[in-house]
Design a protein around this ligand. Structure first.
Ligand SMILES: Cc1cc2nc3c(=O)[nH]c(=O)nc-3n(C[C@H](O)[C@H](O)[C@H](O)COP(=O)(O)OP(=O)(O)OC[C@H]3O[C@@H](n4cnc5c(N)ncnc54)[C@H](O)[C@@H]3O)c2cc1C
Length: 341
């Protein structure tokens, strides 16, 4: 049987079907709670349950190390009674905002031996509406989907640019290597809730692992276009220098923001000038003990984000000022369809 979900201190209520996650029920009702991976890894959907009971779906845990007392992961739990939620934030979303397009491959370049930079063009006259840091889904013929972060800023909206790492044996990324100009892909966007407030000018540290650079590039290019002035540090981690596959973008930011600080963290190769020999989380630790007052945004593999979160919190970053997007491997579940408001 379905249960009613209410948001504390609001007039918002919506139904949650049996076996549906709290997060998916909210998205279907046109209510966006913070989220990213929808697989219990990123920790973005952590929130409180003020009244009622929830349980983990399919035996999943309802909490992770990202949860405080009384908090659960909304993406992994389903109600067992009517509940009242206490989310960190929420907003109504326009059901018409998410769109599906047949996008054409405009160019396909190898930025590194195992990284494709794919530029997709939308049909003439169509525009991609998204926020820097959001992602899209590429819909496959078998009904599954793969998620990729937009690397272009939202102001460049006649198409999207993706940075895709080739995963050995990966079903979709093996196909990516064969894509040529003119090929068509079905894409749906936008997904993900961006927690970075555009008007927050506190010092920010971006930590990217491999193609986790894609959303960071979108966020930094967006800040550049909006002429934002703030203290910015970028740590980009890879095994070897080839993994830091877009040096021109970094050079542009260094020219535009004289105070821009860049640390190339190489785990399996000697550090270059100003670089760091070691993992990205160790590079973050090398910044010094106290990062209270800083915002940290991290994107990469689950293991990398977990290590960087631990380092950031130990250095005084409050949990609410640590934001992450996690490239959780594997196909995504079907997208919840939003009901009209
Ligand atoms: C919100 C989100 C945003 C993402 N954005 C990007 C992006 O911008 N760029 C990008 O390159 N990827 C991104 N990813 C990952 C991407 O969605 C795919 O999971 C990845 O490209 C692999 O797809 P595939 O079909 O080739 O592999 P699959 O066929 O799905 O997987 C094949 C095998 O490889 C393993 N595997 C898959 N991916 C990885 C990996 N990264 N590392 C190690 N093992 C892996 C799987 O567990 C499985 O065993 C993102 C993921 C999420 C959830």
């Amino acid at each position: 049987m379905s249960h009613q979900i209410a948001l504390e201190s609001s007039d918002v209520t919506f139904a949650c079907d049996p076996g549906q996650s709290v997060l998916d029920a909210a998205l279907k009702a046109g209510i966006e709670l913070p989220y990213s991976c929808r697989k219990g890894v990123c920790g973005n959907c952590v929130g409180g349950v003020a009244q009622g009971e929830v349980t983990g779906m399919g035996g999943a845990a309802t909490t992770s190390e990202a949860c405080g007392p009384g908090q659960v992961l909304y993406c992994l739990c389903t109600p067992t009674s009517d509940v009242v939620l206490r989310p960190a934030s929420w907003r109504r979303v326009d059901p018409a905002a998410r769109k599906t397009f047949k996008a054409k491959v405009h160019s396909h370049e190898l930025a590194a031996p195992d990284v494709s930079v794919l530029r997709l063009r939308l049909p003439t006259g169509q525009r991609a509406k998204f926020q820097a840091g959001q992602y899209l889904q590429i819909l496959q013929d078998d009904g599954s989907a793969r998620s990729y972060s937009m690397a272009n800023p939202p102001q460049e909206n006649d198409g999207v640019t993706l940075h895709i790492r080739h995963v050995p044996g990966g079903l979709f990324t093996q196909r990516v290597t064969q894509l040529v100009t003119g090929d068509l892909l079905t894409i749906e966007l936008p997904f993900g809730h961006v927690e970075l407030a555009p008007d927050d000018l506190r010092p920010i540290v971006f930590v990217a692992g491999g193609t986790g650079f894609a959303p960071v590039k979108s966020l930094l290019d967006d800040m550049l276009k909006r002429r934002v002035q703030r203290e910015i540090t970028l740590i980009w981690g890879a095994r070897t220098p080839e993994g830091l596959y877009l040096p021109a973008a970094v050079e542009r930011w260094q020219k535009q923001w004289p105070g821009f600080r860049y640390i190339a963290a190489l785990s399996d190769a000697p550090a270059g000038p100003g670089g760091f020999a070691g993992r990205a989380d160790d590079a973050l630790r090398s910044l010094g003990a106290d990062l209270n007052g800083h915002i940290v945004y991290c994107c990469g593999s689950p293991a990398m984000v977990t290590a960087v979160r631990a380092a950031a919190l130990a250095q005084g970053v409050p949990p609410g000022d640590f934001h992450a997007d996690v490239f959780v491997p594997g196909p995504q579940t079907a997208t919840p369809v939003q009901a009209p408001l």
